[in-house]
Write a new protein. Structure first.
Length: 71
């Protein structure tokens, strides 16, 4: 596993650990309880994290076929 791929674990960790510490109804975020706003923000931020992982991944530039050899 490449170090850049470890960034994909950040949203998962935020969704699993965040509610343990952020489970409250006040303050409201855009009319939603705080926890629901946090989960919504985390889901939206996941796309940014995945875009960063994609940009840092060097293997996507190669055109290796299923045999692993270049044509």
């Amino acid at each position: 596993m490449r170090p850049a791929h470890l960034g994909a674990a950040l949203p998962i960790a935020a969704l699993l650990i965040g509610p343990l510490f952020l489970n409250r109804t006040e303050p409201f975020i855009l009319g939603m309880p705080f926890l629901l706003g946090f989960i919504t923000a985390t889901v939206l931020a996941t796309s940014l994290v995945m875009a960063g992982v994609y940009c840092l991944d060097n293997r996507r530039d190669t055109d290796d076929g299923p045999t692993g050899k270049k044509p």
